[in-house]
Design a binder for this molecule. Structure first.
Ligand code: FPP
Length: 251
């Protein structure tokens, strides 16, 4: 008997929560948790490469995270800069393309330059698209897209009645990539927290109490196994989905 291979998500999007609690459990400063979180990022990237996942989007820093205590924000910035300095060449060698989404102007020039250099260096890679959401907020993303269309209308390049899901969607971050198939949030909270609001419309959601620094291939595999068991209906009935291998455009 032959069995069809279990579907692997093309695009995996993750909220990496629980670094602070991981550190607190060990009576260590929160930044130790973020450093352990960075090691979990590497394990996750390796897992995606092994599984043939095409896009991995990680929520590294939200627009709201700027309001955390200054020493934590400063420590995270140092961690990001260090990761950019140390990891980009290896990611390039592995065939990963790096992209950053979010309000990047809020970062210090040193970090901004590194982000741009990493994007330029890896622009031709196709094995894995690694998207880092940094100073990112889903509502800002949608508001920015709406502003772009409003400017187009004001300039006479677009008619107001041409604004629809397709024209707005084309301005939202990652419009050129497949939408996330699977969303994972670690750390036990059952929220989307302003992450990829538009793009997650039809994603399967998977939550775990595991703290991000404890994430390993076995846990990620659990999420993929559960994903493979889910029936994605895109607004159709179960019977319709069974008769059409590809249910097509979400409705
Ligand atoms: C949430 O945990 C995590 C963050 C705000 C930062 C995420 C950063 C990393 C995983 C480090 C490195 C990332 C890259 C891309 C190099 P939390 O601090 O809110 O945890 P808590 O809910 O337990 O307090």
């Amino acid at each position: 008997m032959t069995t069809a291979p279990a579907p692997v998500p093309r695009h995996l999007a993750i909220i990496m929560d629980g670094n602070g609690r991981w550190a607190q459990q060990r009576h260590r400063p929160r930044l130790i948790g973020h450093r352990a979180g960075a090691r979990a990022v590497k394990r996750c990237v390796e897992f995606c490469l092994q599984q043939g996942i095409e896009v991995l989007t990680l929520f590294a820093f939200s627009s709201e995270n700027w309001n955390r205590p200054a020493d934590e924000v400063g420590g995270l910035m140092k961690l990001f800069l260090g990761a950019l300095e140390r990891e980009v060449d290896e990611l390039h060698r592995l065939g990963a393309r790096l992209r950053f989404i979010g309000e990047r102007d809020r970062f210090a020039p040193q970090i901004l330059d590194r982000m741009q250099a990493a994007e330029t260096l890896t622009a031709g890679n196709t094995r894995l698209q690694l998207v880092i959401a940094a100073s990112y907020g889903g509502r800002q993303d949608i508001a920015r897209a709406a502003r772009t269309l409003a400017e187009d209308v004001a300039a006479g390049r677009l008619q107001a009645d041409q604004i629809n899901e397709a024209t707005l969607g084309a301005q939202i971050a990652l419009a050129d990539l497949p939408a996330p198939d699977l969303f994972i949030r670690t750390g036990g909270e059952l929220r989307i927290s302003n992450f990829l609001l538009w793009q997650l419309a039809y994603a399967e959601l998977w939550f775990t109490d595991a703290l991000w620094p404890d994430v390993d291939a076995a846990l990620l595999q659990q999420a993929l196994d559960e994903y493979a068991r889910r029936e994605r209906r895109f607004g159709l009935t179960s019977a319709q989905v069974r008769h059409h291998a590809n249910p097509g455009t979400p409705s």
